[in-house]
Design a protein around this ligand. Sequence first.
Ligand SMILES: *Cc1c(COP(=O)(O)O)cnc(C)c1O
Length: 472
Amino acid sequence: MIYTDTRDSSVKTDFRTAVMGGMNPATGGLYIPVSFPKLPSSFINKNPEPSFRDIAFNMAKPYVEGEIPDEDLMAIIQDAYPFTPKVVPVDSHSYVLELFHGPTCAFKDFGARFMARVMSYFNKSENGTLHILVATSGDTGSAVGSAFHNVPGLDVTILYPEGKISKIQEKQLSTFTGNVRALKVKGTFDDCQKLVKTAFTDAELRKEFRLSSANSINISRLLPQSFYYMYSSLVVKNRAPLDSKLENPAIISIVPSGNFGNLTSGLIAKEMGAPIAGFVAATNTNRTIPDWIATGDYNPRPSVETYANAMDVGAPSNYERIKAMYSLEQVRQMFASYWLDNNGIKEAITECNTKNGYIIDPHGAIGWKAWNDIRNGGMKDLVNGKKGDYTKPGLTANVPEWANQVVNNNSVGIILETAHPAKFGSTVKDAIGREPAIPESLQAVMELPDQAIPMENDYEQFKAWLKANLAK
Ligand SMILES: *Cc1c(COP(=O)(O)O)cnc(C)c1O
């Protein structure tokens, strides 16, 4: 596969360079494959559907062709995914896609574990340590730390906004020892992301250290997230006729979004032939993308803190990829968009539990509420010309091409549940009166001592720290 760059389409490079570099240091752009090969329809139409790992292997294969032989790719997939996503029906037209069955209980395990194994594979033929710098608004840090911990030749520095992530999240990313460490930055997630981006474009630093990223800007995190979109859409395609009594319903993926890496992965799956009719971009008060879809103006802004804090992103980095892949008009045909404030998030957790008996986390709750509003009159109102006010929570004024399928009750939704509700126990407790049971892996990490290193929001100080502390 040839990879190009969101800022310069004359760039042509291979998977290895795209993965090891993270972003293109010459342009500051993000790597994307030049094509998204379709899986054969004989594969997509299997009933019962292929296994998750089988899908993962077949989807990854064209992107690593000529660089990772089949048997090595198979070993990477087997090692990365001892767990699978779970499709849970919550009513006759709605499914929750549980993406929290990995070691850190969030969907980022899918991308991070694949990326760590691919990097380690490529690094075997290099000299010296590869330094991963990663900014996190919550779950990236723990997923990346866990995926890379004790992997030889790789070293990870995590930056997170001090005081802006939950206690469990902080424990999960600040208690590593050895090759993984965390810096708690006096600033926001966007500040952390900026420090990392500045380091990548710093020629002096790059001369001294081999640097790479592990944010969703890295293509090796984005590609594997497309596996579960394909998997869930094939599961639902096969079982929806039984659950919903609809022969061929439009399948809509509802995606709680921050940096929009997850949703970009969904677009890749659709390009590759996943039977997904469209997407709902669901956000919190950080509604940069819903505003863009509604108005056509893209206005990145400082992030605002919310209960769905892993989505507190004001300048989503994958906007650049979405723009490179599609026009605004195409985006408007594929996407509905929706946002909720903190009150709405809490009410949605309560309502989901009351109506469906399902305990959902604050991120998934926005998706759940979006789908329920869309189905119960929201999309009909839009189709009938009611525009609403995009500055108020709810469905944003845009009528996607699949709108009539929803209005005619010929659709089913897959709501991506991006984290285990226990990671946000106090918000969930406020909403439903009790804490969700804590999985064992989370309980164990709570007992470990916190090792985070304090850091000012200041590039020179950050750079000096790196020079003094990273191994050459
Ligand atoms: C990271 C994260 C998101 C947002 O994913 P993006 O790829 O940044 O859009 C949503 N929910 C949870 C729980 C997350 O950790």
